[in-house]
Ligand binder design. Structure first.
Ligand code: HEC
Ligand code: HEC
Length: 364
C-alpha cells in the first residue's frame, strides 16, 4: 500500500508522525456519524454523484469549485481561481464557518463549531481520498480496529434471513413483515395524541438541538434559509396571495410536528433523534411561533393534547361523500371530462429550481 520503498517509508513515517499528529487525531467512526449532517447534500463512496452539493470523493487536493457538471456559486468558482485547494487545513477552516471562509457560498450549512467534530469528519472524508488515505496509513500504524472503521461505509447489508418465513400471495413473492418491522414502521401519531411515546423536553433544551441540527436549513429562528421551508411566523398571511404556511400559521395539529420531525428530520439523517429530543424540539418550535412564551415550558406526553395550534378551526373534516358533487354522480367520469382544455401555467415559468447566483429565483 505504501507508494515508496520500505526504508523511505520508515523515514517518512517518523517525519509525518510529528508534523501531522495534531491533524491525524480524527476518529473515522465518529466522523462517519457526523457526516450524516452532510449526507443530505453530499455523497461519498462508490458511485457517488453530485446532489445538492458536489460529491466529496478525492476532495483532498481538489481545487475548489472544479467538479465537472456541478453548478457552483460564483463565489466558490472564484475561490478556486484564487487557488483555494482543499486540504485538511482549508476544509477545517471552511467547515468552521462556511459563509465567512467562502463569502457568498451557496452551501447552506452553519458549520461545526467544535474542532473535534471537524477533525473527525475530515478523518472520515480522507477514507474516500487516495492521497488522504495514504497519508493516514503512513502517519498512524493503524490497528485492526481503525482499519475496519476506515472501510467505506457502503458495504451492502446482508439480506434478512427469511427462509423460515412463509412466502405468500399468488405470486409467492416477498415475505411477511416481521413484528419488529411493523413496530418500526408503525409510529404515526394522531391528533388526539394516540401513539405518542413516553417522554418530555423543554423548549430551552430544544434550542441548542435546533441550532445544531436544524438551523442550517430552517434558519436560527425557523425563518428558513434560501428556499428551505420556513417553520415559524407567517401569522395573518393566510388570506394573502402568497400565504406563508408555517407550523404556527397553518398546521392544524401539533401531533403532525412531532410525527414529522421524528420520522423525517433532520433531512438526510431521519430517525436519529431520541423521543425526548423530539419533545424538546417540538416545544422549541412552539416557542419560535410564540404559541408558548416561556423557554422553560416543558412538553410531555401528558400535556401534549392540551396544546392547540391557532389554525385548527379552519380545517374541516373531509365530508366529500356528503357533497352534492359526489352524491349526484354514481359513475365518475374517466374520459374527456372537460370540453375545453387549456394549459394555463408551466413550472418552468415559475422557476422553482434555485440557481447559483440567483437564490431568490424570480417568482412573480
Ligand atoms: C444543505 C446542503 C449542504 C450541507 C448540509 C453541506 N454542504 Fe458542503 N456544499 C454544499 C453546496 C451547495 C456546495 C457548493 C458550494 C458553492 O458552490 O458555493 C458545497 C461545497 C462543499 C465543499 C467544497 C467542494 C468543492 O468541490 O469545492 C466541501 C469540501 C464541502 N461542501 C464539505 C461539506 C461537509 C464536510 C459537510 C458536512 C459537515 C457539508 N459540506 C454540508 C451543500 C451542503
Ligand atoms: C439539510 C437540510 C435540512 C435540515 C438539516 C433539516 N431539515 Fe427540516 N426540512 C428540510 C426539507 C427539504 C423539508 C421539506 C421536505 C419535503 O417537503 O418533502 C423540511 C421540512 C421540515 C418540516 C415541515 C415544514 C413544512 O411546512 O412542510 C419541519 C417541521 C422540519 N423540516 C423540521 C426540521 C427539524 C426540527 C430539523 C432538525 C432536527 C430539521 N427540519 C432539519 C430540510 C432540512
Amino acid at each position: 500500500m505504501l507508494k515508496f520503498p520500505k526504508f523511505l517509508g520508515a523515514l517518512a513515517l517518523a517525519g509525518i508522525a510529528i508534523s501531522t499528529s495534531a491533524q491525524a487525531s480524527g476518529d473515522v467512526a465518529k466522523g462517519e456519524k457526523l457526516f450524516n449532517r452532510c449526507k443530505a447534500c453530499h455523497a461519498v463512496g462508490a458511485g457517488a454523484k453530485n446532489k445538492i452539493g458536489p460529491h466529496l470523493n478525492e476532495v483532498f487536493g481538489r481545487t475548489a469549485g472544479t467538479i465537472d457538471g456541478f453548478k457552483y456559486s460564483s463565489a466558490m468558482k472564484k475561490a478556486g481561481e484564487g487557488n483555494l485547494v482543499w486540504s485538511e487545513e482549508t476544509i477545517d477552516e471552511f467547515l468552521a464557518k462556511p459563509r465567512t471562509f467562502v463569502k457568498g457560498t451557496k452551501m447552506s450549512f452553519a458549520g461545526f463549531r467544535k474542532e473535534a467534530d471537524r477533525e473527525n469528519v475530515i478523518a472520515y472524508l480522507k477514507t474516500f481520498s487516495e492521497t488522504g488515505a495514504d497519508a493516514k496509513e503512513e502517519a498512524m500504524p493503524a490497528t485492526e480496529e481503525k482499519m475496519a472503521a476506515a472501510a467505506p461505509a457502503a458495504a451492502p447489508r446482508p439480506l434478512a434471513k427469511d427462509a423460515e418465513l412463509p412466502s405468500h400471495g399468488v405470486f409467492h413473492l416477498g415475505r411477511r413483515a416481521t413484528d419488529e418491522e411493523i413496530a418500526a414502521w408503525d409510529i404515526d401519531i394522531r391528533p388526539d395524541g394516540a401513539g405518542l411515546p413516553d417522554g418530555k423536553g423543554t423548549a430551552a433544551a430544544g434550542e441548542p438541538i435546533f441550532t445544531e441540527q436544524c438551523a442550517s436549513c430552517h434558519g436560527d429562528f425557523g425563518e428558513g434559509r434560501d428556499r428551505w421551508p420556513v417553520l415559524a411566523g407567517g401569522f395573518d398571511t393566510l388570506q394573502e396571495e402568497r400565504p406563508e404556511k408555517t407550523v404556527g400559521s397553518y398546521w392544524p395539529y401539533l401531533s403532525t410536528v412531532y410525527d414529522y420531525v421524528r420520522r423525517a428530520m433532520p433531512f438526510g439523517d431521519a430517525r436519529s433523534l431520541s423521543d425526548d429530543e423530539v419533545y424538546a424540539i417540538t416545544a422549541y418550535i412552539l416557542y419560535l411561533n410564540d404559541i408558548v412564551t416561556d423557554l422553560d415550558f416543558e412538553l410531555s406526553k401528558d400535556n401534549f393534547s392540551t396544546i392547540k395550534l391557532p389554525n385548527e378551526a379552519n380545517f374541516v373534516d373531509d365530508d366529500r361523500p356528503a357533497e352534492t358533487h359526489y352524491t349526484n354522480k354514481t359513475e365518475p367520469c374517466m374520459q374527456n371530462c372537460k370540453a375545453d382544455v387549456r394549459i394555463t401555467g408551466r413550472a418552468r415559468v415559475l422557476d422553482v429550481t434555485p440557481d447559483d447566483d440567483n437564490q431568490g429565483g424570480q417568482i412573480e
